[in-house]
Design a protein around this ligand. Structure first.
Ligand code: ATP
Length: 803
């Protein structure tokens, strides 16, 4: 088997090989490709070459991934230049492409297979050229779109930043304006208050001034009066002095009069004495009376006149006394007047000092008014500055607004460009899909990827030496694997060989197009085959708790949900349903059943039967199986976790956590395009098979032995089915196991199927690895039918089917 394969390059590889194609004996199905390569080698100038120019065969191999376009669609891919490309300066018009796609094979002689084959090869070659051209074009579009998208993002970011800055500025300005307005309002209030205060102060000042003037006037009049009074006082004082003088004089006169009066009194007394003496004398004189009578009479006269003069003096004295009393009264009054005037003068002086104080106070008020005026002036200045600032910010905002409008226009233009590019991309994508599917239809086989896991820390180190090597011949680079066992070298070629250091992401890139096909309405089946511990579960599910190492299933789901989101703007609406089951000891178990224990019981005794049914449309259904509608990859991840917990695992000599069952994840995708009324129905089956192992190696006993036997039986049934298909036998034993019966539409029908053959690098596993490689090589050589897209079909039964 291996030697046969070594000599026979697989019919599905798309590269040109002058050395191998000329010496090989191609199988009927592979003949087509090889013949085309040979004809290209020989440089036959065909009509098509004339049309498109001679292709550049600089690249000797073209991996499956390149055919399905995955590696050119990476986000970091650079634009494809026509100058250095494999298509040279060839341009295809839509008509060319459509003509190419709808071209019918013409042959003079129907039974001239050689000619038909050559025609076919030539046609394939043209298709390849066309695809390459489309891939390049697509790369350009993708690059252009990326560029536009990043420019748009940049501009949007800038705009957003500018908008934010403007908004911030605006807010700042608004805050400043608000503050200024508040301060203006408070200032205005203060101003009004100050002005009213100033007015009141002015009024009071004016009043005070008036009062001062009137006071000054009254003061002046009072001063005049005072002067007058003073003058009067002076004159009164003078008069008082003169009166006092007169009073003194009068007093002196009075005292002199009193002296005179006393003198007169003494005189009277002396006269009386004299009278007495005269009497005596009269007696004496009676004798001398006569004599004396005369004398007496004269004395009497003299006395009467003295009395009369005394009366006059007395009267004069009384008059003088009256006059003194009058003068005294007058003096008293003058004194009162003077006191009054003095009091008046004092009060006037007090008032004057008060006025003086008021005058000094009014100057303080004036100073206050002046300072307030200054403050008002400062506030006015501040207000003017704030208004100027406001004006400036308004003009700045206006400018920014204009700039913003400009940016908006640019964004609009960019949007238009992006729309154009997207339209072109969609058109290109449609054509790409068509061409890709045409190629796959032409190939019509099951593809095989081989993956070798790295050496693990706990791998047995007893058997040293390298089991696998990877030839570096350009033609088979990344596609061939050599295995040395018992000193013998075995070579295998697959669609892709992943070396141990290849990451999960790199593996996914290679299958992403296949996953995409499920969204396009194809049935897709990817399964992992290999011995226990070779990395099947790692490849399909990844390492739990290590997001970087997540496997194909979670990555496929993420891609599906991302793509459905992206396709929404093209009018596509998708609905997804998932189911997860395991086939354990030839019984189906529902991994999403909420009542798993009872389901096990029912399954074993009475309850759910999980019958597999295929309908006329090639759809498979499992009765009683839990089907969950899902809308996000997170939901599916949750379900996957649930299923992983329910899955039957056990410890074997080969693997700590060995899967003891086949795990089948199924997602049914129904898409409806609201604008085109198109409907697609795709199915994605992702299967982690139980490990193939020899009973002797597994060291199984009891239940584990039963498990191992069941696993081996179903895997050998799978091999039987594939070999029967490869030999195109009439009877294919699909019904020999639950696994093959479930996968019947994928293996023998119209689905796109990919098998991963996982290998362990340990020398101790070499014979198991050789078995796996041989099985994979037979699968690779097997033709299982033509993939068919389920388009425009509306089924009333919406239950999930397996393909
Ligand atoms: N490519 C890889 N890189 C790193 N570790 C890997 C790789 N492949 C497998 N492993 C590790 O090898 C061990 C066995 O892998 P895994 O359980 O996936 O094997 P399996 O084929 O599913 O086994 P079984 O059939 O018994 O379930 C795991 O610990 C896994 O993490």
């Amino acid at each position: 088997m291996s030697s046969k394969n070594q000599n026979k390059p697989p019919f599905h590889h798309n590269t040109t090989s002058s050395s191998t194609t000329s010496t090989t004996t191609p199988s009927p199905s592979k003949n087509k490709c090889i013949a085309a390569e040979v004809s290209e080698e020989k440089g036959q100038k065909l009509g098509f070459e004339k049309m498109i120019g001679t292709p550049n065969n600089g690249r000797l191999r073209l991996a499956f991934s390149l055919v399905n376009g995955s590696q050119d669609l990476g986000p970091d891919s650079t634009p494809v230049s026509h100058a250095g490309s494999e298509c040279g300066a060839i341009e295809f018009t839509r008509e060319d492409v459509e003509a190419l796609v709808s071209e019918k094979m013409k042959s003079k002689n129907k039974f001239n297979y050689k000619e038909r084959c050559e025609n076919m090869m030539e046609y394939i070659k043209r298709l390849r050229l066309c695809i390459r051209w489309f891939q390049e074009l697509e790369g350009e579009y993708a690059f252009e779109q990326e560029k536009l998208r990043s420019a748009l993002e940049l501009t949007e970011r800038r705009c957003y930043e500018m908008e934010m800055a403007l908004k911030n500025k605006d807010e700042e300005m608004n805050l400043i304006i608000l503050e200024l307005r508040n301060s203006l309002a408070s200032l205005q209030e203060q101003l009004v208050k100050e002005e009213s205060e100033k007015k009141a102060a002015m009024d009071s000042l004016a009043k005070e001034k008036e009062a001062r003037v009137s006071l000054e006037r009254s003061k002046a009049s009072l001063s005049e009066e005072l002067d007058k009074v003073q003058a009067e006082l002076d004159s009164a004082n003078q008069r008082i002095e003169s009166i006092n003088d007169m009073h003194k004089l009068l007093q002196e006169y009075n005292s002199s009069l009193q002296i005179y009066n006393s003198k007169l009194q003494t005189d009277v007394t002396a006269a009386h004495e004299t009278i007495k003496r005269g009497e005596k004398e009269r007696l004496a004189a009676v004798e001398n009376l006569h004599n004396l009578r005369g004398e007496h009479k004269s004395l009497q006269d003299q006395l009467t006149s003295s009395i009369a003069s005394q009366d006059g003096v007395m009267k004069q004295k009384e008059a003088l006394l009256n006059e003194v009393a009058c003068l005294r009264m007058e003096l008293h009054q003058i004194k009162d007047d003077r006191d009054q005037y003095q009091q008046q003068a004092q009060s006037l002086a007090v008032e004057a000092s008060k006025y003086k104080e008021l005058a000094t106070n009014s100057s303080g008020l004036e100073e206050k008014c002046l300072s307030q005026g200054n403050q008002i002036q400062i506030l006015h200045d501040q207000l003017a500055v704030a208004e100027r600032k406001l004006q400036m910010s308004d003009t700045f905002a206006l400018e920014k607004g204009k700039e913003f409008e400009g940016q908006k226009e640019i964004i609009k233009e960019l949007h238009k460009c992006l729309e154009d590019a997207e339209f072109k991309l969609i058109e290109g994508e449609k054509l790409r899909k068509k061409l890709h599917n045409t190629i796959l239809e032409l190939k019509g086989n099951i593809r095989v990827f081989c993956r070798v896991r790295p050496q693990l820390a706990d791998d047995s180190s007893s058997n040293h030496g390298k089991v696998f090597s990877y030839p570096t011949v350009m033609e088979y680079l990344d596609r061939s694997i050599d295995m040395t066992h018992n000193g013998q070298k075995h070579s295998f070629i697959f669609d892709k060989v992943f070396m141990p250091d290849v990451s999960q992401e790199e593996v996914f890139v290679e299958i992403s197009q296949l996953v995409q096909s499920a969204l396009d309405g194809y049935k897709v089946c990817i399964f992992a085959y290999g011995q226990t511990g070779s990395g099947k579960t790692y490849t399909m599910m990844g390492k739990p708790g290590q997001p970087d190492e997540k496997g194909l299933i979670p990555r496929s789901l993420e891609q599906i949900f991302q793509t459905t989101q992206a396709l929404q703007h093209q009018g596509w609406r998708y609905e997804m349903q998932v189911s997860m089951l395991e086939i354990y000891n030839e019984t189906i178990r529902d991994l999403l059943s909420t009542n798993r224990d009872s389901s096990r019981f029912e399954n074993g005794v009475t309850g759910k039967q999980y019958m597999i049914k295929h309908d006329a449309n090639g759809n498979t259904q499992v009765s009683d199986l839990t089907i969950v509608d899902v809308q996000s990859s997170r939901e599916v991840s949750f379900l996957l976790d649930r299923a992983a917990q329910s899955r039957s695992v056990g410890r074997t000599q080969m693997n700590e956590q060995s899967s003891r069952s086949h795990f089948v994840f199924t997602m049914r995708i129904t898409g409806v395009n609201e604008s085109t009324e198109q409907q697609v129905q795709g199915v994605l089956n992702l299967i982690d098979l139980a490990g193939s192992e020899r009973l002797s190696k597994s060291g199984s006993t009891g239940d584990r032995l039963k498990e191992t036997q069941a696993i081996n039986k179903s895997l050998s049934s799978l091999a039987d089915v594939i070999f029967a298909l490869a030999k195109k036998e009439d009877h294919v034993p699909f019904r020999n196991s639950k696994l093959t019966y479930l996968l019947q539409p994928c293996l023998g029908g119209d689905s796109k199927t990919l098998m991963f053959v996982n290998l362990s690098p340990e020398p101790s596993s070499a014979s198991e690895s050789l078995c796996s490689l041989r099985f994979a090589a037979r699968v690779n050589a097997c033709e299982i039918g033509t993939p068919r897209r389920q388009l425009n079909i509306r089924t009333s039964n919406s239950r999930l089917s397996y393909g």
